[in-house]
Design a protein around this ligand. Structure first.
Ligand SMILES: [Zn+2]
Ligand SMILES: [Zn+2]
Length: 343
């Protein structure tokens, strides 16, 4: 009775379903890092992706340089859901068709039998209609989104946080994109009020306030992360870089980073910033650790290291626009100074 269904299911085991992922209308396609410690989202130029990444054995996360297979290594969770949904729709369709054919054949056979039988078997089919899932692209506004082009291979991508590595070739592009990152952070800060007002109208004031606070705090990571990545890239171009051991993530620690630059070039951070500015920088970088690792709750380590007496242990940091802009200004001067130290 189920001959058609059985044959169709056997055939299905040998079939491949090919799906094209939709782009966002601007020619960009969402991607997501598959490393569980990162999972960051970004966008890539969809046509460049087809040309350069689709068949590549290796592509890279633009934030952490985690590498995975080009075609399937960076699907977003929404895309995976979308593909499953398509596959299920297709399977539903195949099963329904095969069962409908089996039913028709069976019923025809039954009709040809004499009608004086005690039991008459009849099958009916109802086909469920599942609404198609719509992919929601990474929510972004032009002010927050930064576009990148690889200085090695020309591949184009975009992200909401500062990203450093080319998705196609893995090249560290931070030295060419650092200035744009700072500009994007500045424009993000100046857009926060508009974003807050828009969200308050569309959602509610609590959601608006929380989103704006999160965006403002994210800028800390963006600036500090980009500066660390730049420092490392610049340091490694020094002819004597190999003679100076980089202990752990040395460029994450202000005083250790300054010391290794001083040892290698004779100029530490104090060469470019005044003592008061260096104190500000130390405090702001330490705040980024607190935001990133302690949900913004001040601990004794923060107070000891930053010398910031305005907070007690257990209080939450309050980040203001001016703090982010101060950090941007300090980092800009330090970066210019460090660039002057490398050949
Ligand atoms: Zn990543
Ligand atoms: Zn590249």
């Amino acid at each position: 009775m189920f001959d058609q269904l059985i044959r169709r299911l056997e055939k299905l085991g040998r079939e491949k379903l090919s799906v094209s992922l939709p782009d966002d209308g601007d020619g960009y396609m969402d991607r997501q890092c598959s490393s569980s410690s990162c999972e960051a989202m970004f966008k890539v130029d969809a046509s460049a992706w087809s040309a350069k990444v689709l068949h590549a054995l290796e592509a890279f996360c633009v934030f952490c340089r985690h590498s995975a297979e080009g075609r399937d290594g960076f699907h977003t969770k929404a895309q995976v859901d979308y593909v499953y949904r398509l596959a299920r729709d297709k399977l539903d369709g195949i099963v329904s068709d095969a069962m409908a054919k089996d039913a028709t054949r069976h019923n025809a056979k039954e009709r040809r039998r004499p009608k004086n039988r005690f039991i008459d078997i009849s099958m009916t089919m109802s086909v469920r209609r599942i609404p198609k899932k719509v992919l929601v692209p990474l929510a972004s506004t032009e002010a927050l989104r930064q576009q990148f082009a690889c200085s090695e291979c020309g591949f184009r991508w975009a992200s909401l946080g500062a990203s450093f590595f080319c998705h196609a070739c893995g090249h560290n592009c931070v030295s060419t994109t650092f200035g744009e990152t700072l500009a994007t952070v500045r424009s993000t800060i100046s857009s926060l009020e508009t974003i807050r007002a828009t969200l308050a109208g569309a959602q509610d004031t609590d959601t608006a306030a929380n989103t704006v606070r999160q965006l403002r705090e994210d800028q800390f990571s963006r600036v500090v992360g980009a500066f660390e990545c730049l420092s490392k890239a610049l340091f490694e171009t020094l002819p004597n870089a190999a003679h100076h051991h980089q202990r752990g993530n040395v460029f994450q620690r202000v005083d250790d980073a300054s010391a290794i630059w001083a040892a290698a070039t004779g100029s530490g951070y104090g060469h470019f910033l005044s003592a008061a500015e260096l104190d500000d920088f130390r405090r702001l970088v330490q705040q980024r650790h607190v935001l990133g690792h302690c949900q913004g709750i001040v601990d004794q380590k923060y107070i000891d290291y930053s010398g910031d007496a305005t907070y007690g242990v257990g209080q939450r940091l309050v980040v203001q626009d001016v703090h982010v802009l101060t950090l941007v200004g300090l980092v800009q001067r330090l970066a210019a100074g460090l660039r002057g130290l490398v050949p």
